[in-house]
Design a protein around this ligand. Structure first.
Ligand code: ADP
Ligand code: MG
Length: 323
């Protein structure tokens, strides 16, 4: 029922940036090594995501837009070890319910591709068409049939900033994937996809940050921390250049931020927010499961333990480069 999809869309799809996140995560799940994202007018009028992933067969095209128990999760245990990013099986159905969406896709085994066009949840066209291997999704007029939700969006500029933040984090957390991101016909960044996190940081933040980067690479029995920190000399009055990934997933956690800032402050005067991009790997048992997996905020069972680990890891790294 399309009403259910429209309501569900309210939960999954807060804003155009959430659509882009869901689409790119699907591309990643499909094994893409190149993903190109384009948005116009804060993503409200136009979004396009192109990938070179495994594609979708003709028979599976309608199914992709049905709310489903996703095939990407197999058991209760998986919920704690979310390796594939999509686990709700409702993103495409929700997006299709509140926009005009075209999906073109071709698998490597097939000669010809297929195209499906859905408007407000209603399939208007399904036909064969020529297209490259992979998937091309084009979305127009987000929330065109839910004016109340449209009204709740911020300005096009602000929605564009949300998209840029999402794209930065997707690129930073997937250095092996080549991303190309355009906003309002202007190339914002493109990454090589050669696995080099530092190169991705450079593409995104420019060399002012990269010149000051300090590498973090520490392993304890319960936690591995990798990435870069820097006392950014870019006048930053916010924490936008701080990214944390726990077990591959982008998350927010105030304790980590506090630990990095405290480590800097214990050694040098900083008046700006330090830059950091950290990948942490912990046993899922250390993560508080009471926080829903779809939430960006993460809690640890023992926040103090994690604070200490990050604090010492960052502090030791700063000391080792300054001595
Ligand atoms: P989920 O990702 O949780 O399975 P979605 O609604 O996000 O649910 O996607 C539905 C299905 O559509 C996916 O399970 C996948 O089979 C297919 N799909 C979506 N996007 C792509 C893509 N870019 N490439 C290949 N298959 C895709
Ligand atoms: Mg998905």
């Amino acid at each position: 029922d399309n009403t259910i999809n429209k309501i569900a869309a309210g939960e999954v799809i807060e804003k155009p940036a959430s659509i882009i996140k869901e689409l790119v995560e699907n591309s990643i799940d499909a094994g893409a090594t190149e993903i190109s994202v384009e948005a116009k007018n804060g993503g409200i009028s136009y979004i396009r995501v192109v990938d070179n992933g495994k594609g979708i067969q003709y028979e599976d095209m309608d199914k992709a837009f049905l709310r489903h128990a996703t095939s990407k999760i197999c058991s209760e245990v998986d919920l704690n070890y979310i390796n594939t990013l999509g686990f709700r099986g409702e993103a495409l159905a929700s997006i299709a319910a509140i926009s005009k969406i075209e999906l073109m896709s071709k698998t490597a085994e097939n000669e010809i591709g297929n195209r499906i066009y859905i408007e407000g949840g209603v399939t208007k066209v399904k036909e064969q068409c020529g297209c490259p291997d992979g998937t091309i999704i084009t979305i127009k007029d987000v929330f065109f049939n839910t004016p109340a939700r449209l009204k709740f969006l911020k300005s096009e500029t602000r929605e564009g900033i949300y998209i840029t933040e999402i794209m930065q984090n997707l690129a930073l957390s997937n250095p092996n994937i080549s991303f190309k991101y355009k906003l309002n016909d202007k190339l914002v960044f493109s990454t090589k996809g050669d696995g080099d996190i530092k190169a991705v940081v450079f593409c995104i933040y420019g060399n002012q940050v990269v010149n000051n980067l300090i590498e973090i690479n520490s392993s304890k029995e319960f936690i591995t921390i990798k990435g870069y920190v820097g006392n950014s000399n870019i006048a930053k009055s916010n924490r936008n250049s701080q990214s944390l990934f726990v077990n591959g997933r982008y998350v927010k956690n105030k304790t980590i931020t506090a630990a990095v800032e405290a480590a800097f402050k214990s050694l040098i005067t900083i008046n700006k927010f330090p830059f950091y991009i950290l990948h942490m790997y912990v046993n899922p048992e250390f993560i508080d499961v009471n926080v829903h997996p779809s939430k960006a905020e993460i809690k640890f069972q023992d926040e103090q333990l994690i604070f200490k680990a990050v604090y010492h890891s960052v502090r030791d790294s700063i000391l080792s480069v300054s001595s």
